[in-house]
Design a protein. Sequence first.
Length: 160
Amino acid sequence: MILLYIIGRYIRTYRDVSPAKWKCFILLLLLWCLNTLSILHPIQFGGITHSLCRDNSITNILITILLFYIFKSIDVSFQLINRLTANIFAVFALENASTHILAQLMLDYELQVSGTFIAFFLIILMVFGIFLLNSLIGVIREFLLSRMDQFIIRLLVYGK
């Protein structure tokens, strides 16, 4: 995950190349098909099952890079989307832990839902709650780290 974050920051900062969108979509489709085939028919070697789409595999990294370039080339001028996506790293990084904490709270308080309709809306509410909580953590992280960044820059550049 840290590797993908570093790649994303590099692309956001420098964006050395501007590939055509249609080429990105075709390559993305091919990599997605390769990942799907790898899931359906994993490689058996030495009694161990190998898949091309686990964790930080090369296909997942390439798909991530393509998605970064595709979304980098899209001009979004809607202010709410721009504000929400500024903290998407915190949402991505903390989503798994937040889900486990929320699930444990539900188990501790024996929260049960009798109908599927109510369960559906409870899940939607949980997803939005996790998103908002992690976005708030992202805003706090950005606030604290931006001050640290300025301090580190002054220290390195000016020696003060």
